[in-house]
Design a protein around this ligand. Structure first.
Ligand SMILES: NC(=O)C1=CN([C@@H]2O[C@H](COP(=O)(O)OP(=O)(O)OC[C@H]3O[C@@H](n4cnc5c(N)ncnc54)[C@H](OP(=O)(O)O)[C@@H]3O)[C@@H](O)[C@H]2O)[C@@H](O)CC1
Ligand SMILES: Nc1ncnc2c1ncn2[C@@H]1O[C@H](COP(=O)(O)OP(=O)(O)O)[C@@H](O)[C@H]1O
Ligand SMILES: [K+]
Length: 521
């Protein structure tokens, strides 16, 4: 990423580790900002959010979970402010040793006669809870009585707002350390932490909101230079990597020529869905190679595309490419895989020799896994993009430790090892470049967890990569985020059950219009 001079835009983009956050915080403190003042500022911002979300008229009693470090300190300042505003506050703090600043706030809270308990049970009837047990300083598993208390709290039914992170979640990997608070919402402080983009943490985070407490751009840049390794895709970054505006004088071949190689007699829908994803990208020319027997079906769904019928194997897979595909180098990108079956493996082999950017999905990934991912890709000259879900990832990279402890780091390692751009699909999709940089789709919806969503994505990625671009990884990340946004828009209108893959394809263009309408978010 290029550094922007816009602080707000930067804080929306960067994603930090606990160590980086500690270093950024360290710079702020050593430049003279008093720790006490920053805690007061942060907790003031949090109090305002909390009061707006849980107004006194409806939520008059609150239980506050207080840990030994500064996460607990934040919680105590909020507890004090809520008490002064008239909330009935109860505090659960099972620790005898607190950090000094946290200890001072605890003493003051006690002097105000706020009740403290070393068991959680007395907080059971509070109308909402604030979780300030641990933030990014958590180092060890929660165990013993504390773990049992957290589990009891999780069995209650009132909303829980976590400060910075749900307590018990590892800041970087998102792993549950022993046990963790299941938050209704989490207020992430200052900069996005990695955990919010790891599938392992998502069921604990609830709705996640960033609280900007004014970290100066210079401090972020000083620690993350030369460029941040991990960044969220925002509307602003998507705008930079969409092929828009189109030059007024252009023609279809200047807007990219994409070839899709997909489908078999057994799986014909995948070819249509990939085509619909590609169509929404606006690519200038779309060619689709399918087994001959699928040709008419494809024409009826995608009349604008050039459908190339190919000779078939006995099983109805693509057996060979016809003469019109003699020059595969004419294409500006190729997507290969959806619905092919392994019977088309010789075509996948052939396609690996082409220099155009190659997007391999589904059965093409299964072929690659059989041949050995890294050794097979080592011979490729052009750019390769692999789009595995976790199951395919495991087949492609069997030497990693499973279950994966850190999906973002695993995507990074896989990209470095294979030399390919890895799109590791999941609830949060990570796009890793062999140079180590990772882009993350910041939001999505489980409405997409159904067959065919991935085919639409493969087509959309292909369609954008085929168009003029200066940064393929950023273009791929733009496609993946656009796809997720279409899922969100469709789910908003049609419920989470109403987003079949065909519908998803139809929401791509309205989602793009929404992205373009709010360019700076
Ligand atoms: N970044 C910023 O700019 C700002 C940060 N702020 C806030 O500071 C928070 C970070 O504070 P923090 O560094 O004090 O760490 P925190 O998460 O409270 O926990 C550490 C404590 O927990 C303990 N402990 C660890 N594991 C444990 C276990 N399993 N079981 C039991 N104990 C365990 C550990 O003890 P130790 O490991 O030393 O024995 C230590 O005492 C951050 O999340 C945010 O809320 C804001 O106030 C201002 C702006
Ligand atoms: N729980 C979820 N939340 C958000 N997105 C999801 C979720 N589950 C799946 N997806 C998305 O849906 C798509 C599924 O792709 P894939 O597994 O290849 O499906 P298929 O092969 O059936 O098309 C991916 O883009 C993935 O990121
Ligand atoms: K917390």
């Amino acid at each position: 990423m290029e550094w922007s001079n816009n602080r707000q835009e930067t804080i929306e983009r960067v994603v930090v580790s606990a160590e980086q956050m500690r270093q950024i915080e360290g710079r702020i403190f050593s430049a003279g900002m008093p720790v006490e003042a920053l805690m007061e500022k942060v907790a003031g911002l949090l109090t305002a959010r909390i009061v707006a979300t849980y107004p006194l008229e409806k939520f008059s009693s609150v239980g506050v979970l207080v840990g030994p470090g500064h996460n607990g300190g934040d919680a105590l300042v909020i507890a004090r402010e809520l008490h002064l505003q008239g909330y009935k506050v109860s505090i659960f703090c099972p620790f005898s040793k607190l950090k000094p600043l946290t200890g001072s706030h605890a003493s003051y809270a006690r002097s105000l006669s706020i009740p403290f308990y070393d068991r959680a049970h007395p907080l059971k009837n509070s109308q909402f809870l604030i979780d300030g047990l641990f933030g990014f300083g958590l180092t060890r598993e929660l165990s013993g009585e504390l773990a049992a208390e957290v589990e009891e709290i999780n069995s209650w039914s009132q909303p829980i707002a976590s400060i910075d992170l749900p307590s018990g979640i590892h800041t970087d990997t998102g792993a549950v350390l022993g046990t963790a608070v299941k938050a209704t919402q989490t207020f992430c402080l200052g900069l996005w932490k990695r955990a919010f983009f790891q599938d392992a943490a998502l069921s604990h985070c609830g709705r996640a909101t960033l609280i900007d407490f004014g970290i100066p751009l210079a401090d972020i840049r000083a620690i993350l230079e030369p460029v941040p390794t991990i960044e969220r895709v925002t509307n602003a970054t998507m705008r930079e990597h969409l092929p828009l505006p189109r030059p007024p004088v252009t023609h279809k071949y200047k807007q990219g020529h994409l070839l899709l190689i997909c489908g078999s007699r057994r799986y014909c829908g995948g070819a249509i869905l990939t085509g619909l994803g590609a169509r929404a990208s606006g690519v200038g020319m779309l060619s689709i190679a399918v087994p001959e027997s699928l040709k008419l079906l494809l024409v009826s769904h995608l009349p604008e595309a050039l459908i190339v019928g190919c000779p078939e194997t006995k099983t109805g897979a693509i057996a060979e490419f016809p003469d019109v595909l003699d020059d595969l180098e004419q294409f500006s990108a190729i997507v290969c895989g959806p619905g092919l079956t392994l019977d088309a493996r010789s075509r996948v082999r052939e396609i690996l020799n082409v220099n155009a950017p190659l997007i391999l999905d589904a059965d093409a990934l299964n072929c690659l896994a059989q041949w050995g991912t890294t050794s097979t890709l080592a011979q490729r000259q052009g750019e390769t993009i692999l789009t595995p879900h976790l199951g395919e990832f495991k087949r492609l990279f069997p030497d990693f430790n499973y279950p994966l402890q850190d999906a973002i780091a695993s995507a990074q390692n896989a990209a470095a090892q294979s030399g390919a751009i890895i799109v590791l699909k999941g609830a949060r999709t990570a796009i890793a470049h062999p140079n180590g940089s990772v882009k993350i789709v910041p939001e999505s919806t489980p409405a997409l967890a159904r067959g065919g969503s991935g085919d639409v994505l493969a087509g959309l990625i292909g369609g954008l990569v085929a168009q003029p671009t200066t940064d393929i990884a950023a273009t791929v990340a733009t496609a993946a985020t656009w796809h997720a946004r279409a899922g969100l828009l469709a789910a908003g209108e049609r419920t989470e059950l109403g987003v079949d893959a065909h519908t998803l394809g139809q929401f791509l263009t309205p989602a793009l219009a929404e992205i373009l309408a709010y360019p700076l978010l």
